[in-house]
Design a protein around this ligand. Structure first.
Ligand SMILES: [Zn+2]
Ligand SMILES: [Zn+2]
Length: 308
């Protein structure tokens, strides 16, 4: 079968490879890209196997054994570590990672599979993975009604849609005019920069935007750091507002299996305009060029259809 194989930083090849091995084989119909894939392509990633390795973690398709349509979750929590026992499976200490969606088929443990609601296209189901992470990030925030989102990429827009859907006022700051224009479709108010808000989500993942998010939070407010800085980064943060204004700084990572099912339900209910976040379907052979294309312009996830 054909798969995208990483051989090293920025060395992605589309190759004929042996069938993957695992509990269940899934024929991939849609695999979407996100910023993490670009990071993996560019620098590698702690959850990847050593080179050569496969990647792609937003994956939907059909089980070869039962014919059931499924979302393949990118991880299965162990269920036994302290965070798992404390009902925080998203920070499981020894999850099983399930990567390799950029391929004709992927092997997955049964526990990674989530049934796709009837009539929900595979492309929409793939988006349930990042949407589940956005659902989790919102759960890490407060109930404040005045919210700022720093970064109008796909994650920022998913956060905006969820928060606006709860009736909150959401200001979205992004430097790209195309992304500011997209904001309103997701229920946000576009801005060049954030003012002062009771609750701020940072959805960029850079030291300077972590600082900017803190500086845009009102006294007593909450900052949720959604965007991950590259591993090993040390960030210096403004001490004065954190201390004297009693800001709550909260990290957020990943999602729980239940949050994936909630995301699938939201998508099936039509509450979220996933189409405007996706490119036209591309083939596996188009993926290397897609990942290396500049990320300016509208917020967009590449939609890979390995059957093309
Ligand atoms: Zn992702
Ligand atoms: Zn665990």
């Amino acid at each position: 079968m054909i798969a995208a194989v990483l051989h090293g930083p920025e060395d992605l090849r589309i190759e004929d490879v042996p069938e993957p091995e695992g509990e269940v084989l899934v024929a991939v119909e849609a695999a979407t890209t996100c910023g993490t894939d670009v990071k993996m392509w560019r620098h590698g990633h702690p959850v990847l196997d050593s080179y050569p390795c496969r990647f792609g973690h937003e994956t939907a398709g059909t089980r070869l054994d039962t014919g059931e349509r499924v979302l393949v979750s990118d991880s299965v929590p162990c269920g036994e570590c302290d965070p798992c026992l404390a009902s925080r499976p998203q920070i499981c200490r020894s999850p099983t990672w399930v990567l390799g969606g950029f391929a004709e088929r992927i092997a997955a443990p049964v526990k990674a599979l989530h049934r796709i609601p009837a009539d929900l296209p595979a492309a929409a189901a793939a988006v349930a993975e990042p949407l589940a992470a956005a659902i989790h990030a919102v759960s890490r925030g407060s109930g404040a009604t005045d919210v700022g989102v720093l970064g109008g990429g796909p994650m920022g827009l998913m956060l905006t849609a969820l928060l606006a859907g709860e009736g909150r006022t959401v200001t979205v700051a992004d430097l790209h005019p195309e992304r500011r224009a997209q904001t309103e479709r997701f229920g946000g108010c576009p801005a060049h920069a954030l003012g002062a808000h009771d609750l701020v989500f940072e959805a960029v993942g850079r030291p300077e935007t972590w600082r900017a998010a803190i500086q845009a939070t009102k006294p007593g407010g909450t900052v949720v750091l959604v965007g991950g800085c590259p591993g090993g980064t040390s960030v210096s943060l403004p001490a004065t507002p954190i201390h004297y204004d009693e800001l709550d700084l909260r990290g957020t990572f990943h999602h729980s299996p239940e949050e994936i099912d909630r995301a699938l339900g939201l998508l099936a209910g039509g509450a979220f305009d996933y189409r405007s976040l996706l490119s036209e379907a591309i083939s596996l052979h188009d993926l290397p060029a897609a990942l290396s294309s500049p990320s300016g312009g509208p917020a967009r996830k590449w939609l890979v259809d390995p059957t093309r």
